[in-house]
Ligand binder design. Sequence first.
Ligand code: ADP
Ligand code: NI
Length: 215
Amino acid sequence: MNKEQIIENTIEFVKNELEGEGSGHDWWHIYRVTEVTKKIAQDENADLFLCTMAALLHDIADEKLNESEEVGMQRVKGWLESQEVDKGELEIIMEIISTISFKGGNGPTLTRLEAKVVQDADRLDAIGAIGIARCFIYSGSKGRQMYDPNDVPRETMTKEEYRSNKGAAINHFYEKLLKLKDLMNTETGKSMAQERHDYMIRFLEQFFEEWDGRK
Ligand code: ADP
Ligand code: NI
């Protein structure tokens, strides 16, 4: 099978798998991450096939969708084998997917350019206008407020308290979203993140001005 055909089949596979997915990892998240991945990959001279495949499949193995991450990775492997992806490339795609997820910033340092590209694209989808929208929709789905001026800063709460308790949407900006710009791997990712970051800062300024009736 040629690579274009494999990519087309994979798009259909992922669309089917993520249908009705409600945790913010729906097909359109994958679509956006894949489009940004292609842009960064071209600018950074990374392998377009490996990057595109990893972007398309990056959430399929997520533990939220599977019994465990291992079971999820087996599904990815099964899919790649069914598409007769070259064994060496299959291993690289698997490696990229298993190393990119952001686990509180404690993930392994990435060495492969293609992994850096896909991780940048995934993080970019959490910031900027899209990131703002995702943050509020996530909070709303958990029944949380958009902002509580008395909200306890995340740092002083346990993870469980935070999850079950407060954690207004605005808190998540300080907890995570405003930190992502400094975690970018590639030059292209950094400059895209800077623009999206500045947009979030302007949003927050306006938000607080409006909150206090100053604008
Ligand atoms: P990923 O694995 O892509 O980093 P997450 O599952 O952490 O994604 O989050 C999916 C989306 O929901 C992201 O846009 C993220 O910013 C948002 N989100 C996650 N946790 C929170 C939270 N506590 N409050 C508001 N938004 C959140
Ligand atoms: Ni993702």
